[in-house]
Design a protein. Structure first.
Length: 244
């Protein structure tokens, strides 16, 4: 979890915003509502923005709203909220998202968009609108399925924990693991494809260059695996030779 005190110590006169992603990518971690509120209060005290990316909020494990920021009548003086329809309605290739901010900030965003892609293609926008109007029950079922897969991963971890694996984060679409092998995840990830039929991303892709922690970490994306597939995954991880 991010530390508000460390963030406060890092703020300088040049700082314009704090950016958070929850549920997190790549870690899958869900930030508690109280922690999100702390960062909001921190940003407001310093007169900077809090950019809150909630692409995976539809698959948050807690019932109800994941935070209470929008109940603040003056939320728009601090909060910039990002969302994506890609995960909710399977529109990944259409790159359709949403941004909620103050009227003044949206006017500035429109200036920027006019210099890149003025808007996504209409097909994706129609798909997102139709989804919001018609797919509420379907999306609720999708959420339950993702949460069931998340629960299955938690239940399967004892199969590989005695072998030195550790679950570092779990939620949204991702499980973030620490592997037990004496080689970098950048080497291990392609080896897993060749030797075990497991495709995942190395932690070195997500840590700053020179940060050794990424070498011992892997990200597992489980949105395309049902419970039976997850069992196969953990059997394959458990069967890896110790000298891998």
């Amino acid at each position: 979890l991010p530390d508000p005190d460390k963030a406060a110590a890092a703020i300088t006169p040049r700082t314009r915003a704090i950016a958070l992603v929850t549920p997190n990518n790549p870690g899958g971690v869900e930030y508690p509502a109280a922690l999100v509120q702390e960062f909001f209060d921190l940003a407001r005290r310093h007169g900077i923005a809090l950019i809150l990316d909630e692409t995976y909020r539809d698959f948050h494990s807690r019932p109800g709203a994941p935070h209470a920021l929008f109940s603040d009548p003056d939320w728009h003086d601090t909060l910039i909220h990002l969302y994506s329809f890609s995960k909710a309605y399977r529109l990944t290739g259409h790159r359709v998202g949403a941004l909620i901010a103050s009227t003044a900030r949206l006017a500035e965003v429109e200036k920027f968009l006019d210099t890149v892609a003025i808007c996504p293609a209409q097909i994706g926008q129609h798909g997102a609108l139709w989804g919001m109007q018609n797919l509420g029950p379907w999306l609720a079922d999708e959420r339950e399925e993702i949460l069931a897969r998340r629960a299955a991963i938690a239940a399967l971890m004892p199969k590989i924990e005695p072998l030195g694996w550790k679950l570092l984060g779990l939620g949204g679409y991702f499980a973030y693991l620490r592997h037990p092998f004496n080689l970098s995840s950048a080497e291990l990830a392609p080896q897993l494809v060749r030797d075990a039929g497991v495709l995942c991303l190395p932690g070195t892709m997500f840590q700053p260059e020179g940060d050794a922690r990424g070498e011992s970490q892997l990200r597992i994306a489980f949105a395309n695996l049902d419970t039976a597939g997850l069992e196969v995954l953990f059997d394959r991880l458990a069967a890896l030779p110790r000298n891998a």
